[in-house]
Design a protein. Structure first.
Length: 207
């Protein structure tokens, strides 16, 4: 655990493609959001889970040390959720992840962390596009930039990243570290979530 890093799980989406609250969907006996929170806890001194205001209480307890915060306005997208996490974070850096992408390979997270010096944000690049999650964000400069972007009507994290010092993990290196691209395997449907079960169990046994 690194005391200068706060983990953030973004769980405030509408889950429209999933059909229900995907953060609460159980895979291998554990909600997706708990898998992500536990994965972040290996790197972070605290974990924040960002939810939409008015969300129904979850019928389960999050891992020890994780706390829930709420977006001030519902469903403004991941940029607003990320800004909320930055507001609440105690660490200098935030390692942000999506609630539906729970694998978080150690090789990729460690390399992203190594690239932080001199940057305000560090993210992977895949298919020529910045991948905003999982990624590291330096709290103060990123929060200022994201607040300004939101005030200007921006809703995309990629769009807001144009205003910060962004360092990318190049795609060729990313693919060497994670040949199966497990970092970005997500659960947009219940079937996709269930397909992650074996991978989650295998990776958790290595921690």
């Amino acid at each position: 655990m690194n005391p200068e890093v706060t983990g953030a799980v973004l769980a405030g989406g509408t889950s429209s493609r999933f059909g229900s609250d995907k953060a609460a969907f159980a895979v291998a006996g554990k909600p997706l959001v708990s898998w992500v929170a536990e994965g972040l806890a290996h790197w972070c001194s605290e974990v924040i889970v960002v939810r939409a205001p008015g969300s129904a209480p979850w019928p389960f307890v999050l891992p020890a040390g994780a706390r829930i915060v709420f977006d001030p306005v519902p469903h403004l997208g991941p940029l607003a959720g990320l800004a909320r996490a930055l507001e609440e974070a105690r660490g200098e850096w935030v390692l942000a992840a999506a609630c539906d992408a729970p694998l978080l390979p150690k090789t990729v997270i460690a390399r992203l962390s190594e690239l932080r010096d001199g940057a305000d944000a560090v993210a992977g690049e895949l298919d020529g596009r910045v991948q905003p999650f999982p990624a590291f964000y330096r709290r103060e400069p990123a929060l200022q930039a994201f607040r300004a972007a939101l005030a200007g009507g921006e809703r995309s994290v990629r769009g807001a990243l144009r205003s910060v010092r962004l360092r990318l993990l190049p795609e060729d290196e990313l693919r060497r570290l994670d040949p199966q691209l497990l970092t970005y395997r997500n659960a947009n449907t219940p079937d996709a979530a269930a397909a992650l079960e074996e991978l989650l169990l295998r990776m958790s046994n290595r921690l």
